[in-house]
Design a protein around this ligand. Structure first.
Ligand code: NAP
Length: 310
């Protein structure tokens, strides 16, 4: 079974390798999936670079990848919600960069027929993030007006759409080149952070601010946009100096959040949610390296997906 792994921390072309791995053992609560597509996430890039090495120990060679979609080839005896031959969406803790993955049944849902393989694989982590942040982390405290920074990104774009479905007023920022995309997603107001100061334009307007950017100086503007006493949620670092009273929260995955519930919600909204796919690359080591290298820069909006020919 072909898989793509990192043999150490370091640059993509130095440490990503192709390995031949034995099929994993199953138990009665697991499902084996032959993967058709997997996504490359900014998280994989950070993991490969060693950014998490102080608090997450990896055993090399380590197969990256949390997000995938494919066809069920084996089910444990206690699994009743999917069967062999079903097309499914998979959330794994590592291991989707390859031909096959074995995951607990509760981390898998059936893929709607109308959902492409690319979107099914690409939406997993961004959707789990958007859904759990809004539903569980903020919940009833979210308020009527929400600012999404990084609204052109995978997480940000799903946030904009999910919030609009809940009747929120959505303020959004991204770079100018992505303005049309973000407006089409339904944002009520848009500021291009590379041309104007969103902090000044939207000052004190949002009950909740979500910094879904990959970095930069979004935190400063976000604090200006948050109403005093509102919520500020960061997917990466919170602002080092909290200049306004508020509820400052870091979002992270939690065992308290059910993947099954969140992914089921995704399948129910599938026909009305848009996820931009930037590139679909063939199932090769060169593609995985190229995908990682692109994500290290500031690429065009959209997911990079590795897909097998069927
Ligand atoms: N904590 C968690 O559990 C969790 C979960 C998922 C993701 N994340 C992290 O959240 C971030 C977003 O993830 P994603 O998958 O949505 O990434 P993505 O699709 O690459 O989106 C990145 C977003 O950041 C914006 N951006 C990039 N450089 C920026 C800068 N210098 N200043 C302001 N904005 C900038 C981009 O806007 P433009 O391209 O329009 O400039 C885009 O909207 C990543 O860092 C990811 O690792 C964390």
């Amino acid at each position: 079974m072909k898989r793509f792994a990192i043999k150490d921390y370091g640059p993509a072309s130095d440490v990503l390798i192709e390995i031949e791995a034995e099929p994993r053992l199953m138990d009665d609560t697991h499902v084996r999936v032959e993967l058709t597509a997997f996504a490359i996430n900014p998280y994989d890039v950070a993991l490969r670079q060693g950014a998490m090495r102080d608090f997450r120990t990896l055993k090399f060679p380590y197969v990256l990848g949390n997000d995938g979609a494919g066809i069920v080839t084996e089910v444990g005896s206690k699994i009743t919600h999917v069967k062999v031959g079903d097309e499914v969406i998979v959330h794994a803790v590592g291991g989707t960069y390859g031909e096959e993955v074995v995951v607990p049944g509760k981390k898998i849902v059936r893929k709607p027929v109308s959902m492409s393989w690319e979107v099914a694989a690409g939406a997993v982590t961004p959707w789990l993030t958007a859904y759990n942040l809004v539903t569980h982390l903020l919940g009833d405290t979210i308020g009527g007006t929400v600012m999404v920074q990084g609204a052109s990104g995978a997480v940000g774009s799903l946030l904009v759409q999910f919030l609009k479905k809940q009747g929120k007023t959505v303020l959004a920022s991204a770079s100018k080149r992505n303005e049309t995309l973000v407006r089409q997603l339904g944002a009520d107001q848009f500021v291009a952070y590379d041309e104007e100061d969103a902090g000044k334009i939207f000052a004190d307007q949002a009950d909740s601010v979500i910094d879904a950017t990959k970095g930069g100086r979004a935190g400063e503007a976000g604090m200006e946009i948050m109403k005093a006493g509102g919520n500020f949620v960061a997917l990466n670092d919170l602002p080092s100096e909290q200049k306004k009273p508020g509820n400052y929260l870091s979002f992270g995955p939690s065992k308290d959040y059910s993947d099954f519930d969140a992914l089921t919600a995704l399948t129910e909204l599938a026909d009305t949610i848009h996820l931009t796919i930037a590139e679909v690359l063939p199932f090769t080591l060169a593609s995985v390296i190229a995908g990682h290298e692109k994500l290290e820069g500031h690429p065009a909006a959209g997911k990079i997906i590795i897909k097998k020919e069927r």
